[in-house]
Design a protein around this ligand. Structure first.
Ligand code: KIV
Length: 276
């Protein structure tokens, strides 16, 4: 983690929430990745990633669970603290795990832990209409919030699997309305997972805050992928939106630079990574 003193001598200042908003206004794609430890965080940062998420995907890719449900606040604090030590430039977001934000008071207490103990600059929660009061409460305490909409992996047992969301017109309208309400409640970023291109585009046009997509098509403000998917570490079947950038590159840093470059020049995601 950079210090105020180091920042004075940096050629390029670290990314902050204002930089991300300006990128949306300037239509400059925002490149985002997950990370879980200091060494990979340093590589992701060196590759030019704008935003790094300590996702609760750590439950699957680090801990070996089938879902993100078993992840605890202590787990996310531990990994966020490690990632923060590896970053110099990127904006650091940490995930609120399953059942760590069931009411405004609990959400505030756990957000404070991720920021004070972990060093996160923003927290992310899987949201919808039911989380408006929580987002308002966090925003009233100046906690920056990323609202995760679309496929919400913490709800996997309720959804009956990891599936594309918002294909039906009613469901698409509901998601769009939830995005507007969350923005009005104080969300600073919306993360949209696994929806048709058309909904990704409509959400991006409807909102003033940046919309970061994962499987949400090419018309969003930024793209995020799970680091281990980008590096081709994940074995077996991966979601349609995943591209293994390690192929054709001889080092992890070169693969990560290729991902950032492809997001910035619009070549990722390609049509084969998208849903209709
Ligand atoms: O937990 C995670 O890594 C995420 C990303 C897949 C966006 O939420």
């Amino acid at each position: 983690m950079y210090t105020q003193l180091e920042q004075r001598t940096m050629a390029e200042p670290p990314i902050n929430i204002g930089t991300l908003r300006k990128k949306k206004q300037d239509r400059e794609p925002i490149a985002c990745l997950t990370a879980y430890d200091a060494s990979y965080a340093a590589l992701v940062d060196a590759a030019g990633t704008d935003l790094v998420l300590v996702g609760d995907s750590l439950g699957m890719v680090i801990q070996g669970h089938d879902t993100t449900v078993p992840v605890t606040v202590d787990d996310v604090v531990y990994h966020t603290r490690a990632v923060a030590r590896g970053l110099r430039h990127a904006f650091l977001v940490a995930d609120m795990p399953f059942m760590s934000y069931t009411n405004p008071g609990q959400a505030l207490d756990n957000s404070v832990r991720l920021m004070q103990e972990g060093g996160a600059m923003m927290i992310k929660l899987e949201s919808g209409g039911g989380q408006l009061e929580i987002v308002e409460h966090l925003a009233a305490h100046d906690i920056p919030v990323c609202a995760h909409l679309g496929l919400k992996p913490q709800s996997v047992h309720k959804l009956g699997g990891f599936r594309v969301q918002g294909r039906e017109p009613d469901q698409a309208q509901e998601l769009l309305e939830a995005g507007r309400q969350l923005q009005n409640a104080g969300a600073d970023i919306v993360l949209l997972e696994c929806v048709p291109n058309e909904l990704g585009q409509a959400m991006t046009e409807a909102l003033e805050v940046p919309v970061i997509g994962i499987g949400a098509g090419p018309h969003v403000d930024g793209q995020i992928l799970v680091l281990y998917d980008v590096l081709g570490i994940t074995m077996g079947r991966t979601p349609r939106f995943v591209q293994n950038f390690q192929q054709g590159h001889d080092s992890p840093l070169a693969a990560l630079q290729a991902f950032v470059g492809a997001v910035k020049d619009g070549s990722y995601p390609a049509p084969e990574h998208c849903f209709s």
